[in-house]
Design a protein around this ligand. Sequence first.
Ligand code: GDG
Length: 466
Amino acid sequence: MSRLIVISNRVSPPAEAGNASVGGLAMALSAALREENGMWFGWSGEVAESSGQISIQKIGGVTVALTHLEEQDVHEYYNGYANKTLWPLFHYRPDLVAFERSFDEGYTRVNQRFADTVSPLIVEDDLIWVQDYHLIPLASKLREQGVKNRIGFFLHIPWPAMRVLMTLPKHGELVETMFDYDLVGFQTEDNLHAFTEYVINQAGGEDLGDGRLRAYGKTIQVGFYPIGIDAKEFVEASRSQTAKDYWDLMRDSQSGRKMIVGVERLDYSKGLEERFTAYDQFLRDYPQYERNVFLLQIATPSRGEVGAYQDIRGKLDTLSGHINGEHSTIDWVPLRYVNRAYRRDELAGIYRAAHVGLVTPLRDGMNLVAKEYVAAQNPADPGVLVLSEFAGAAAQMGDALIVNPFDREAVSEAIHEALSMPLKQRVARYESLIHGIISEDVVSWRIKFTDDLKGKKPVKKPEPLV
Ligand code: GDG
């Protein structure tokens, strides 16, 4: 039986992933590796004087191979090219992109080192699955080491429109490295189209029409694989004692008021500033909700070494203070803004207590919070999801109230519609959404991707008759 080798920037040991770990990637992969004869390779999160060493241990049934980075690597590769260059660019924020040649060099260097470190561990028939924007050139580096195994790549964040990508110096070189994979997967059909458009118009490539693209003298398979949650696990978490305790805690503290919830990493792509502004608008538009509603926004600090994250944190501190100063009464605080992490089962209880889930990113590869919110609901009396049209999840979750997060008046109206929606309509929307969440969960995501990577022949479209 062939092994699955997952390679990602950070490794979150499966034994810990059920707890307070933050990040959709960790959640998805721990579920996938639990059942596979797998090995997970990546950065330990630690900084060392010299890199390239590897420590291998067995955690939760999975072989975990960890390597350290040097301080310069963290600066140039992780905080630099990954989080100051590619992340903002792929989330349509060229205004926040910092491009420095040293970042690019650090990115190439770390990808090279990852390849050098992991390749001695790879044996024939291993299936290699590389995750996310930190490691786009990894296949090229592995091929240079003589690795002939099948290698797949999955991008968890959006693939940007061609003109946006072209603002990246050396965009062509980056895309060319993707042609050293056997399979490249995106979250949505939209992302796949954007990639195909680039390949045809910029690389002079060809869409072979059967799920394969040809360019740079190579042919790869491409597809879209919307990631899901471990739905069963999350529904169970929402029925656990801890979830019930948190549900009770929230209900007690609500004093009969309706609750809106938002949960995310504190990241400018999640649209928190716009969400707060829309909530302020809502409080002005619908004075009948005064003292009858509150927004609980959990925003877990993330990437605090990057300036843009310090800036957004400062802005949200100011804005939340402003909203509460403006609208609070002596016995009511309309916005509870919390900068700490909660355990998954605690979160499940919090989601379940909320009448509205407000998920309004400005751009998001998928967005797992939207799916978790729905999975945690009480089927007999579910809350309503308000979801940004710019989250990948919107393509699957049309029964949410879909909004443009830049349109604060529309978001304000959607909050009102969600809070006043009759039970019958809430149940109908919930049933349709939960059906999709269960049938397209993280297990089916992993199976579809790895089956395709195993090289099942693409289904040929019939030739036209004329
Ligand atoms: C990337 C892409 C894509 C958040 N706060 C806490 C906590 N979380 C968990 C949520 C959820 C995960 O983190 C966040 O996942 P998202 O999908 O919403 O967003 P990213 O972290 O940006 O993930 C994204 C994803 O990869 C998967 O492909 O969907 O588009 O950007 O699971 O619950 N978890 C805990 N405490 C918290 O306080 N335990």
